[in-house]
Design a protein around this ligand. Structure first.
Ligand SMILES: NC(=O)c1ccc[n+]([C@@H]2O[C@H](COP(=O)([O-])OP(=O)(O)OC[C@H]3O[C@@H](n4cnc5c(N)ncnc54)[C@H](OP(=O)(O)O)[C@@H]3O)[C@@H](O)[C@H]2O)c1
Length: 267
């Protein structure tokens, strides 16, 4: 990081830091929190954009294919505070370009939502047909990519008022809660790795006042197949409850794995 960038972010932090409260304490009438969301063109990520736009936040809505993100573009057309940016979380070039472009921008919430879904590719395979290139892709998108984005943007989070890193995890990554799901090898293993990466990161960030939390969004009907599953909930309901959880977070929650209902999740 350049000396210029460090100084700018430090100065911002000095003049605005008020401790780690979930709601930013608004010391200027014009202060708007900024959230950066990965995978924001559909599903849970898009719903977060919609809901936070309703709170009048600044939103850096990232997607790996801005040209194909028509619903997101429609929303952004009516709201100058929604900025769409290209980000494939497996691309070092995309991550570096985004970090460069926003080097002076405090980020109140870094929302690491993008993932490969459990059934994508030939993921539903037994041992005899496990595809190791696919395993590599699951780990790059679901675990390593989010850590790289966190690494690239951590100074931006530290310089903000709210200082939150929210990671969209899954009960599939839990040895207890997800244990009833058979053969989703790569998805489950990648989400367990994600949990361990960010749980470990939480030790490092606590002294900087940054709260890192992993959330399980529930079984959410973000596609037709999921919506038909018994017990699935609507995307709007999941995001609404996760926002309530996020609003109540303090530094004491650092490193926790929490359900959309606010319950502690077993590892
Ligand atoms: N839905 C559920 O029941 C459920 C349950 C537990 C956990 N979760 C977790 O919640 C999060 C959101 O789930 P969802 O159901 O909304 O998922 P989704 O509808 O499948 O959307 C996934 C998002 O991630 C993006 N993405 C995939 N690969 C990417 C990459 N390499 N770089 C950047 N973006 C990428 C997708 O972009 P494209 O449109 O370009 O593919 C899409 O925007 C995920 O982390 C998921 O694991 C969901």
């Amino acid at each position: 990081m350049s000396i210029h960038r460090t100084a700018a972010l430090l100065l911002f932090a000095l003049f605005t830091s008020t401790g780690n409260t979930a709601e930013p304490s608004d010391n200027s009438a014009t202060y708007k929190p900024t959230v950066l969301i990965t995978g924001s063109n559909r599903g849970i990520g898009f719903e977060f954009v919609r809901r936070l736009a309703g709170r009048d936040w600044r939103i850096i809505a990232t997607t790996r294919n801005p040209d194909g993100a028509t619903t997101l573009a429609e929303l952004a057309a009516d709201d100058p505070d929604i900025i769409i940016e290209q980000l494939d979380v497996t691309s070092n070039e995309d991550i570096a370009a985004l970090a460069r472009k926003y080097s002076e921008q405090p980020i109140d919430i870094l929302l690491l939502n993008a993932a490969r879904g459990p059934g994508s590719g030939t993921a539903l395979s037994p041992l005899s047909r496990l595809d190791w290139d696919l395993a590599d892709s699951f780990f790059q998108v679901n675990a390593i990519g989010p850590m790289k984005v966190a690494q690239a943007l951590m100074e931006n989070v530290k310089a903000s008022q709210m200082k939150q890193v929210i990671v969209m995890s899954s009960d599939s990554g839990s040895f207890v809660a997800g244990s009833q799901l058979p053969i989703l090898y790569h998805y489950k293993a990648s989400k367990a790795a994600l949990n361990m990466y960010f749980h470990t990161l939480a030790f490092e960030t606590k002294k900087r006042g940054v709260t890192v939390v992993m959330l399980h969004p529930g079984l959410v009907g973000t596609n037709e197949q999921l919506a038909k599953m018994p017990g699935s909930i609507k995307t709007e309901a999941s995001v609404s409850q996760m926002l309530t959880v996020m609003d109540g977070l303090t530094l004491d929650d650092n490193g926790q794995f929490i359900s959309y209902e606010g319950e502690s999740m077993p590892w």
